[in-house]
Design a protein around this ligand. Structure first.
Ligand code: UT7
Length: 339
C-alpha cells in the first residue's frame, strides 16, 4: 500500500532589512506608484552581507521542526537556485546547523517551482519507505544576483525561506498531500536565467563575463507563461484530486505579481479573494514564496484547519508544479526575522 505524505509543521524566515519601493526609486528609474500598481509589491526584505541562503533556510527549518514538535528527520531537501556556493549543495550544511546528524540531504534546483518539486520528492521518499519524516525547505537570496541597473528584476525579488515537515500517514488525514502535477519546458530556459557561472559559458576557470552572474528575466513572456502554466497545472491537479474550482478555499500560488494572481484566479474560476497575497510584504521570494504565504495566512488565521488549499507554482526552467491538501491542525509561529 502506498503511504500518504502528511504536512506536520511549517515555518518561515525573512531577513530583518525591509527595502521599500521609495528606497529603490532613489537609485533606479522607477517609482512607488508604478511598482505597486504593476506588481502589487510594497516592500521586500534583502539579506545583509554575510547572511546566506543556508542561514535563512536554517532559521525557517528550525521553526518548522518546532511547529511539528520534532527534533529529527530522515531527509532534508532544500529547494534553491541561490545556494551558498555552486558546489557543494547547501542542504548538508542546513542539516548540520539544525543538529539533525548525518541525515540524507540534497538540493533541488527548480527556481520558483522548487518548493513544490521538493514536496513531490519528499512524497516519493516517504511512499518508497526511504524516509518516515522529511524536512523540505524553499530558500533563496536573489538580492545577491540582482543587477542594480535592471529595474525589471530589482523591484520584484526579495529574500526568504519557508519550510515544512512531512511525515508518513494516511490519505484521509488532514494535511495529506492529495496528488501532484509537475511539468517543464526547456525551450524557455533563457526567459529567466543566470547565464554565467555554469558549464555552458566556459572561461579559463574565471568568470567569462562578470555580468553573467546577474539574473536576467524577460518579464512579459514570463508573465504570460506564469498565467498559462499555473492555470493549466491547477486544472490538471483539481481533476486528479476531484475538486472543482468552487471547492478551493485558498489558492497559494507563486507570488510573482498581483496581476498574475488575479488572472490565474479568473482563468480557473476561483474568486480573487481566495488567492493568498503575501507579495505586498516580501516581493517574489522564488522557492520560498509558497511556504511564506502559507505561514503568513495560517498565523493570521485566514487559512484554518480543514480548509482545502491548492498550491501552484511557476518559474525558470521553465518549470511548474501543483499540489493540494486539507489544512491540518498544526501550531504555526510568526515569520521569523531572527537569522
Ligand atoms: O518568479 C518567476 C516568474 N516571474 C514572473 O512571473 C515575472 C512576471 N513579469 C512581471 O511581473 C512583469 O512583466 C514586470 C513587473 C517584470 C514588468 O511589468 P510589465 O507590466 O510587463 O512592464 P513592461 O515591461 O511591459 O513595461 C511597461 C512600461 C514600459 O514603458 P513604456 O515603454 O510603456 O513607456 C517600461 O519601460 O513600464 C516601464 N517600466 C517601468 N517603469 C517604472 C518597466 N519597468 C518599470 C519600472 N518602473 N520598474
Amino acid at each position: 500500500m502506498i503511504r500518504a505524505t502528511v504536512l506536520a509543521g511549517i515555518g518561515a524566515a525573512i531577513p530583518p532589512r525591509s527595502v521599500t519601493n521609495d528606497e529603490l526609486a532613489r537609485t533606479l528609474d522607477t517609482n512607488d506608484t508604478w511598482i505597486r500598481t504593476r506588481t502589487g509589491i510594497r516592500t521586500r526584505h534583502w539579506a545583509d552581507t554575510g547572511t546566506s541562503t543556508g542561514d535563512l533556510a536554517t532559521a525557517a527549518g528550525a521553526r518548522a521542526l518546532k511547529s511539528a514538535g520534532v527534533d529529527s528527520v530522515d531527509l532534508v531537501i532544500l529547494a534553491t537556485s541561490t545556494g551558498n556556493q555552486p558546489m557543494p549543495g547547501t542542504a548538508p550544511e542546513v542539516a548540520t546547523a539544525l543538529g539533525l546528524g548525518h541525515v540524507a540531504a540534497y538540493d533541488i534546483s527548480a527556481a520558483c517551482s522548487g518548493f513544490l518539486y521538493a514536496l513531490s520528492a519528499a512524497a516519493g521518499a516517504i511512499a518508497s519507505g526511504v524516509a518516515e519524516r522529511v524536512l523540505v525547505v524553499g530558500a533563496d537570496v536573489w538580492s545577491t544576483r540582482l543587477d542594480p541597473q535592471d529595474r525589471s528584476t530589482t523591484i520584484i525579488f526579495g529574500d526568504g525561506a519557508g519550510a515544512a515537515v512531512l511525515r508518513a500517514g494516511d490519505a484521509d488525514e488532514p494535511g495529506a498531500l492529495l496528488g501532484f502535477d509537475l511539468g517543464s519546458d526547456g525551450t524557455g530556459h533563457e526567459l529567466a536565467q543566470v547565464a554565467g557561472g555554469g558549464s555552458r559559458e566556459r572561461g579559463s576557470g574565471l568568470p567569462a563575463r562578470p555580468e553573467g552572474a546577474y539574473m536576467t528575466m524577460q518579464g512579459k513572456d514570463m508573465f504570460t507563461h506564469a498565467v498559462n502554466r499555473m492555470a493549466a497545472s491547477s486544472e490538471q491537479l483539481l481533476g486528479r484530486v476531484g475538486w472543482s474550482a468552487a471547492d478551493v478555499d485558498w489558492c497559494a500560488a507563486h507570488q510573482a505579481n498581483i496581476r498574475i494572481l488575479h488572472t490565474v484566479a479568473d482563468v480557473l474560476g476561483v474568486e480573487r479573494s481566495r488567492m493568498l497575497v503575501h507579495l505586498d510584504k516580501v516581493g517574489n521570494t522564488s522557492a520560498a514564496s509558497i511556504p511564506l504565504a502559507l505561514t503568513d495566512a495560517a498565523v493570521s488565521e485566514r487559512v484554518k484547519p480543514g480548509d482545502r488549499v491548492l498550491m501552484t507554482a511557476f518559474g525558470g526552467g521553465l518549470s511548474w508544479a501543483s499540489t493540494a491538501l486539507r489544512w491540518p491542525e498544526i501550531d504555526v509561529m510568526e515569520i521569523s526575522t531572527e537569522i
